[in-house]
Design a protein around this ligand. Structure first.
Ligand SMILES: Nc1ncnc2c1ncn2[C@@H]1O[C@H](COP(=O)(O)OP(=O)(O)O)[C@@H](O)[C@H]1O
Ligand SMILES: [Mg+2]
Length: 250
């Protein structure tokens, strides 16, 4: 069975950083891993230290453009599927798929309907799928990924931030996506606010599975623009994400 983990939360809270560190953890083990960058403002590849030239968005455009030019007897789903495999980047320890550009003004229902079936099949090839999402849950409502085992809401340490976790729990209830567990990770926590965060999460009945401290090593990498994937084992964020990964049974 594939374990699908989606990471959501407001912009700038650290979704991509947490996704990259979960992937980093997984590459030390034997699981077959797919990373999906589902944020149109894509930066997961950069954070992982790799590149992806094209994304699913480009292939959707291709399908919309070519749809009427393809011979009627050809199986369009298998053409689209081969296009998706074309943009699947194979790294030594994981595969990477970038959603890429946001949808234009055309109607994407046709492409999205095909994509759902393709993604269902693709995901089954992996032990773990880690999805770095944009703020908001649009792709869930479009149901490109239908089943999510663990939805991780990354928040900053503020009470308002934790309220996002509460809101997302409500939102998931309204969506048709199948989400098994919802967890909260408080990121960029400091000694000063850690205990308040733990109390607030309890009060809001949010399952807090990790508190990641402000990590100087991350800040240093931000300054020079180098990937977080190469953080050393003794980075505080690496260590805490390892604890989170164990709680997720990764
Ligand atoms: N624990 C942390 N300590 C210090 N800086 C962090 C931490 N987590 C994330 N950051 C930094 O915060 C910024 C936003 O993180 P990012 O993962 O890009 O957020 P998001 O994907 O939610 O928009 C980045 O510059 C990132 O390096
Ligand atoms: Mg991001």
């Amino acid at each position: 069975m594939t374990q699908v983990i989606a990471i959501t939360g407001k912009g700038g809270t650290g979704k991509t950083a947490i996704a990259a560190l979960l992937i980093r953890y997984l590459t030390k083990g034997n699981k077959v891993v797919l990373a999906i960058d589902a944020d149109p403002d894509s930066n997961l590849p950069e954070t992982l230290g790799c590149e992806a030239e094209k994304g699913i968005g480009d292939m959707k455009e291709f399908m919309l453009k070519e749809r009427d030019n393809l011979p009627p007897d050809i199986n369009k789903e298998s053409i689209f599927e081969s296009k998706i495999y074309e943009v699947l980047a194979e790294m030594p320890r994981y595969d990477l798929l970038v959603m890429g550009r946001p949808e234009g003004s055309g109607c994407y229902c046709y492409a999205n309907n095909l994509l759902r079936g393709i993604m269902d099949r693709l995901v089954k090839n992996y032990d773990v799928v880690i999805i770095d999402t944009a703020a908001g849950l649009e792709h869930f409502s479009r149901k490109i990924i239908r089943d999510v085992d663990d939805l991780i809401v990354v928040t900053d340490g503020s009470r308002r931030g934790l309220r996002t976790g509460e809101r997302i729990r409500e939102l998931v209830g309204e969506l048709e996506a199948n989400v098994r567990n919802i967890y909260v990770v408080a990121n960029k926590v400091t000694d000063a606010n850690k205990s308040t965060i733990i109390e607030t999460a309890k009060e809001l009945e949010l399952e807090l599975i990790g508190t990641v401290e402000v990590d100087e090593m991350i800040q240093e990498r931000d300054l020079v623009g180098s990937p977080l994937f190469d953080l050393p084992d003794d980075s505080v964020a690496v260590q805490e994400v390892e604890n989170i990964a164990k709680k997720l049974k990764l």
